[in-house]
Ligand binder design. Structure first.
Ligand code: SF4
Length: 414
């Protein structure tokens, strides 16, 4: 088969949608729905087009952030059907509710391992209130004033706000005054109440998610944006969700990035008892990244790969299908792990740089707000990771790695 025969295999309608997207014309929600079904030659051209758009929008840099996830409690009564993380507060064997000293220790450890950010989220604990969220921020800021605090999903914001009695903008500003730097755009799942009523009937509705995000952006509190796919949704729900995010971004400019999150199915009600699909296939993952790039440009230009959901190798493929960011080191990921993810709790900065270089791209350590902390142009000059080297079991004659040099942390404690 000659190359022009391959090109002729592309459906004219798909070719036209891609042509428009590459020319910078805004894609409709209906066209995005069509692309989310692309197969065969259409699928390959979609990925190639998204990769080309990524190069135009972001160049060859691939960014990552050195950060630590801290889940301060796993006690939660919201009861989302896709969640394997939440516990009842009387589950003495598995429920936890970390005191402030533990949170401070986790931040101290994160800084010693090179972190510029902590991402703090927890369950909706019935005995907590807005004062608890503020105390977490004040405690961490007092101990580590330069550490960026990325904290509290719109669900947590909704819970704290309703207990506070304040106006929403006043409440969010009150948290910013206490040290909040940015807000995770999680708890979005699919922003369609028909779907949300199955996934999480007690969780905040789409309009409330949008209200919290728009209000946050309105006071200068920026956030990420997310979507969870591969469960009971249809393509049209994904496309409409992307459409809503694009409208919010046009109005506020407050999203830092978009992170598609594949559903992890192993240990939850949604898959085991409610007939959901077992998460996205590889081609769905790649289509999701590619369509996000083409649909959201030029409004949201950072498209992030979730290595926790995809794993490293598929994550590398996603970097060749429209993504420009590899997310965070996380150090202590537990929410996806407890739902059955097999991709680990931590990816070191050193590992990110290797994975990125294997794709022929340039690693860049970034801040939460996508400022450049360090660009690693020359592989020979890569610094050693601050992470401890993983323990290796050797069965034959022992061979030892050179110990890694230790450098000063970037963020000074206290
Ligand atoms: S996803 Fe979050 S809000 Fe829902 S049950 Fe789990 S911890 Fe609670």
């Amino acid at each position: 088969m000659m190359l022009d025969q391959l090109n002729h295999a592309v459906t004219p309608r798909i070719a036209s949608i891609l042509e428009n997207a590459l020319a910078g014309r805004e894609m409709s929600v209906d066209d995005a729905t069509l692309l989310l079904d692309a197969e065969g030659a259409d699928f390959h051209l979609l990925l190639r087009a998204a990769d080309w758009a990524r190069e135009q929008d972001c160049g060859d840099d691939v960014s990552y952030v050195v950060c630590r996830n801290i889940n301060f409690t796993n006690v939660c009564y919201v009861g989302c059907s896709f969640c394997g993380f939440a516990r009842h507060k009387d589950d003495l064997a598995e429920a936890y509710d970390h005191p402030m000293e533990v949170l401070v220790e986790k931040c101290r450890d994160a800084i010693a391992r090179g972190a510029s950010e902590v991402c703090i989220q927890g369950g909706i604990h019935p005995n907590k209130d807005h004062g608890h969220y503020r105390e977490i921020l004040e405690t961490i800021r007092a101990a580590f004033p330069k550490l960026h605090i990325h904290a509290f999903s719109p669900e947590e914001m909704d819970f704290g706000h309703r207990k506070s009695g304040m106006a929403l903008d006043e409440y969010l500003g009150w948290l910013v005054d206490a040290g909040l730097g940015t807000m995770p755009g999680t708890a979005a799942e699919i922003l369609d109440d028909e779907i949300r009523d199955v996934l999480s009937p007690k969780k905040l509705k789409s309009a409330r998610w949008e209200e919290i995000v728009r209000t946050a952006h309105g006071i200068g509190l920026r956030s990420s944006s997310t979507l969870m796919y591969g469960h009971i949704e249809e393509r049209r729900h994904i496309a409409a969700h992307l459409g809503l995010l694009r409208e919010i971004q046009k109005d506020t400019g407050g999203f830092t990035e978009f992170v598609p999150l594949g559903f992890i199915h192993e240990r939850n009600m949604l898959y085991n008892y409610m007939g959901a699909r077992p998460g996205p296939s590889m081609s769905e993952d790649l289509r999701m990244i590619a369509v996000s790039r083409l649909f959201l440009r030029p409004h949201i230009t950072n498209i992030q790969v979730s290595w926790v959901k995809m794993g490293h190798k598929l994550g590398q493929m996603a970097l060749m299908a429209g993504a420009n960011d590899f997310g965070g080191t996380l150090m202590e990921e537990s929410i996806s792990r407890e739902s059955g993810s097999q991709h680990g709790e931590n990816t070191t900065a050193e590992e990110f740089r290797r994975l990125i270089r294997e794709c022929g791209r340039v690693p860049v350590e970034r801040s939460t707000l996508y400022g450049t902390i360090q660009r690693f142009d020359d592989p020979a000059l890569d610094p050693p990771s601050l992470e401890p080297a993983p323990a290796v079991e050797l069965s034959g004659p022992a061979r030892f790695r050179e110990p890694r040099a230790v450098r000063e942390p970037k963020v000074a404690a206290g």
